[in-house]
Write a protein that binds this ligand. Structure first.
Ligand code: PLP
Length: 387
């Protein structure tokens, strides 16, 4: 057997040639608007900590107190001896927050999506995916064994044409806020179509929770859609909440079904209770501190206005995710590196995360940014995009 039996070295070389090679930067500070990466202080425009809660003192304090009470490890899965009072209380608070009967914690959003779709769907069922859905939703579909079709991004007419089967269950799955584009799913139309076609809708609101809606309850609150209209809501806790983990919220029967059948729930260790307590505190802050959402909106508006004046081509996004399409992967990486040299961390997003020839800078804002940070970023962008 040769050492390169799996062709790893040549595959890696090929990834490099295509300018799609990925590597990690070393962070040596807490998350925040200013972070230290590879020994350099930079202004951070690449985090999903939209509300600036990841390093909030109250959240840290709750984490520490709970670690003192429960220790670190949860010891087992929720169904064995890992389901603490803290997890239970957080589930009840998340249900109330999202206006749903119940909520169920998962260890990550990726696992929640795998678990829900494979618990609800099987052979003979039909899944309908927006073309730009997150990888975890697509993998959930593959795992389920259901047939699936991908409809053009936010294109109701295309979806309508594709929903033709009469047999089996039908589930329409969509991101709430598209993670690499920043625009919102056309959920009211999806819900109406689903109702007509006897299908269910599932929304992954990883980027809407905390950010959208009057109290931050996300894209469904923003549109005023109910549990009946959109039966399955998945949310993550590592983004707007600033902590870690995920949940699914919906009817009592949905949650009980997941407890029985979602393998990524049953066969995995529960989150640390300290994470649940930290999240309870961040949920309180997220609901009550409306200023974080207001500030975020103002910063985004300032950025969009400034970018417009500079003649930069933005995408139709009102959210905290503001991508600039560059197209070529190599050029995108070069621009991102030039920005880093000027002290700004902006991620270069390349295929397969985004479609081919749609490499982009993904700029994200946090409620903790100052207006002056936005202006500095605009200056830097003007400089590097001119070259
Ligand atoms: C981040 C993300 C996930 C995965 O959540 P994790 O908790 O990070 O595993 C799922 N869906 C979308 C749309 C995401 O952006």
């Amino acid at each position: 057997m040769t050492e390169d039996y799996f062709h790893l070295a040549s595959d890696l070389e090929q990834i490099k040639q295509q300018n799609l090679y990925r590597s990690r930067r070393l962070v040596s500070s807490p998350q925040g608007v200013v972070i230290e990466v590879d020994g350099q202080q930079v202004i951070n425009f690449s985090s999903n900590d939209y509300l600036g809660l990841a390093n909030h003192p109250n959240v840290i304090q709750s984490f520490q107190q709970a670690a003192n009470q429960y220790g670190v490890g949860s010891g087992s899965a929720h169904l064995i001896c890992g389901h603490s009072q803290s997890h239970h209380a957080l589930e009840q608070e998340l249900a109330e927050f999202t206006g749903r009967d119940r909520a169920l914690l998962f260890s990550t959003g990726y696992m929640a999506n795998l678990g829900v779709i494979s618990a609800l769907m099987g052979r003979g069922d039909h899944l309908y995916h927006d073309r730009l859905n997150h990888a975890s939703l697509l993998d959930g579909g593959l795992l389920s064994g259901a047939r699936f079709k991908r409809y053009k991004h936010n294109d109701i007419a295309d979806l309508q044409q594709k929903i033709t089967e009469k047999e089996g269950r039908a589930l329409i799955v969509t991101d709430g806020v598209f993670s690499m584009d920043g625009d919102l799913a056309v959920l009211p139309e999806l819900a109406t179509l689903a109702n007509d076609k006897n299908a269910w809708v599932m929304v992954d609101d990883a980027h809407g929770l905390g950010v959208l809606g009057e109290t931050g309850a996300g894209v469904l609150q923003y549109y005023g859609l109910t549990q009946q209209q959109v039966p399955v809501l998945m949310g993550t806790l590592g983004k707007g909440f600033g902590t870690f983990g995920a949940f699914v919220a919906g009817s009592d029967d949905l949650i009980e079904t997941l407890i029985q059948k979602a393998k990524t729930y049953v066969f995995t260790t529960a989150l640390p209770a300290a994470i649940a307590e930290a999240t309870r505190t961040s949920l309180k802050l997220l609901i009550t501190e409306n200023w974080r959402r207001d500030k975020l909106r103002q910063l985004v508006l300032r950025f969009k206005t400034g970018a417009d004046q500079l003649g930069l081509q933005l995408m139709p996004s009102e959210s905290a995710i503001q991508p600039i399409i560059i197209g070529d992967s190599k050029k995108t990486v070069e621009i991102s590196e030039a920005l880093l040299n000027k002290g700004f961390l902006v991620s270069a997003i390349r295929p397969p995360t985004v479609p081919k020839a749609e490499a982009r800078l993904r700029i994200t804002f946090s409620a903790n940014h100052k207006e002056q940070h936005v202006d500095q970023l605009l200056d830097a962008l003007a400089g590097v995009l001119d070259d």
